[in-house]
Design a protein around this ligand. Structure first.
Ligand code: ADP
Ligand code: MG
Length: 270
């Protein structure tokens, strides 16, 4: 597929922001589905005990289902807890069940607690173009595991007051992980979410974020769109629920930008 070329090598992208409700899960799910629909092989790892990404992809995640907890705490192989996403070829997911709620505490006393996810991913024999890690709204050990396992961080920023304030704590954490645990870590992408064109505030926040993060910020902004918020109640992403909606179109556009940038970064032409 020309519009979203497959990357020359696997890209692992953590979708992170320790603020809740900024669009992490929505962004991870919709980018993953959009890329999969355009021929990329994609895995979504649900690393939030709330399991919203699992719900959005309609992946079973009730108690007892093998999940990412089993990898992190019990050293289960990643491929053993991976499920195909029904109805979307090329897309797989690892659910989060209620078990994961205890992982933040249990990880503290586990050997190599910061690198559990990294090791699990490295041992997978599946060939993916993209792995998206949907992080919880905190900077604890689950998020540290995500930051150690990836090379790219994607930060969704909601266009509202104090948008950048919380991001500073995340940036500091990324620096710490980079200097101690993962020298390849980088903020590759910032996405403006729930953008409301009618407000002057959205415009001000956008200017702020663009001057702070420069060309890491995607050109496309994700509008606030009711179809986006409806989709999860149908266990769907908006890009499958209503592909023509403004929300879906902007997520397709975002996925395309990310794919094209990835092709550029390594010097490859589309
Ligand atoms: P997070 O994972 O950061 O907590 P979510 O992706 O779950 O955030 O989004 C929080 C809420 O906002 C959800 O109810 C989601 O459906 C809704 N939402 C996310 N993006 C949009 C959007 N572009 N337009 C309208 N509602 C949105
Ligand atoms: Mg979430």
């Amino acid at each position: 597929e020309v519009t979203m070329p497959r990357p020359p090598r696997r890209r692992i992208i953590s979708v992170s922001n320790q603020k809740g409700g900024v669009g992490k899960t929505t962004t991870a799910v919709n980018l993953a589905v959009a890329l999969a629909l355009h021929g990329n092989r994609v895995l979504v790892i649900d690393l939030d005990p709330q399991g919203n990404a699992s719900t959005g992809l309609n992946v079973p995640h009730h108690a007892g289902v093998p999940d990412i907890y089993d990898c992190l705490i019990d050293s289960a192989p990643l491929d053993a807890v991976t499920q195909p996403v029904e109805g979307i070829p090329n897309l797989w997911a690892i659910p989060a069940t209620i078990d994961l709620a205890g992982a933040e505490i249990e990880l503290v006393s586990v050997v190599a607690r910061e690198t559990r996810l990294h090791r699990a991913i490295e041992a997978s024999t599946m060939q993916y173009d993209y792995i998206f890690i949907d992080c919880p709204p905190s900077l604890g050990l689950l998020t540290v595991n995500a930051l150690v396992a990836c090379e790219e961080v994607l930060i969704p920023i909601q266009c509202e007051y104090y948008a950048l304030e919380g991001v500073q704590a995340l940036t500091a954490n990324i620096e710490l992980v980079r200097s101690h645990l993962n020298p390849n870590l980088d903020i590759s992408t910032v996405v403006l979410t729930m953008y409301d064109r009618r407000t002057r505030l959205a415009d001000l926040v956008e200017q702020d974020v663009r001057s702070h993060f420069g060309d890491k910020v995607l050109d496309v902004v994700i509008p606030r769109n009711v179809r986006v918020s409806e989709a999860p109640s149908y266990s769907q992403s908006v890009v499958t629920y209503d592909p023509g909606s403004r929300g879906a179109v902007s997520y397709f556009e975002a996925a395309k930008e990310i794919a094209l940038r990835g092709a550029e970064q390594t010097g490859e032409q589309e």
